[in-house]
Design a protein around this ligand. Structure first.
Ligand code: SF4
Length: 201
């Protein structure tokens, strides 16, 4: 490539301008990273355990003004050492999503009302919580009272069992281990022997 004095000066000028622009661009990007406030700023760390399965990974939730602003694996936890699977990583989305400005807001996909589908009906209807609790309590009591087996014959001897096979209780991964423990105690007291949980808690 033959460079005349004029073309050398042109090339040098263009190169300098490009380098300057790149530098300005880089500086802007760097400034944006520095200026952008941390999502977890002024938040309080709350330690909890993932409820989704029996592995029991540790999670740090960052809470500000009563709202979870972030959730991630606890690096000091002996089980997961900071990692989370896709389910655990979605803990934040149980209640919140980030809006287009990166601010947390309530997840609009949450179910906040009781949906009831009557026998034979094709659609759900919204019912209030008291009505739902009354319906559940009445049906559990009725089923339990109708089906409770008090004793069984074992080798000619009547053995007390006080159990019902007509009810199955399934725990929930949306509840804490402590809540599921209480559910377990409650249904055992009613004589329910078919008890399980998706995480086998
Ligand atoms: S669901 Fe995933 S993050 Fe949660 S306890 Fe199980 S393995 Fe850990």
């Amino acid at each position: 490539m033959n460079l005349t004095r004029r073309s050398f000066l042109k090339l040098a000028g263009a190169t300098t301008a490009a380098a300057t622009l790149t530098g300005v661009g880089l500086n802007k990007a760097s400034a944006a990273i520095i200026v952008e406030p941390l999502r977890i700023k002024y938040s309080k760390e709350v330690y909890t355990t993932c409820t989704f399965c029996g592995v029991g990974c540790g999670i740090i939730c960052n809470v500000r003004d009563g709202i979870i602003v972030n959730a991630e694996g606890d690096p000091d936890h002996p089980i997961n050492e900071g990692t989370l699977c896709s389910k655990g990583s979605s803990t934040f989305n149980i209640s919140y999503i980030y809006d287009e400005k990166g601010k947390p807001r309530l997840n609009p996909n949450r179910l906040t009302e009781v949906l009831y589908r009557a026998p034979g009906a094709s659609d759900y209807e919204v019912i209030d919580w008291d009505t739902a609790f009354d319906m559940i309590a009445e049906r559990i009591k009725d089923t339990r009272d109708r089906t409770l087996v008090e004793t069984v014959d074992v080798g000619g001897q009547q053995v007390t069992v006080n159990r019902t096979n007509a009810i199955n209780w399934l725990g929930s991964a949306w509840c804490t281990g402590e809540e599921n423990y209480l559910f377990h105690k409650m249904v055992r007291a009613m004589g329910v022997i078919n008890v399980d949980h998706c995480a086998r808690l």
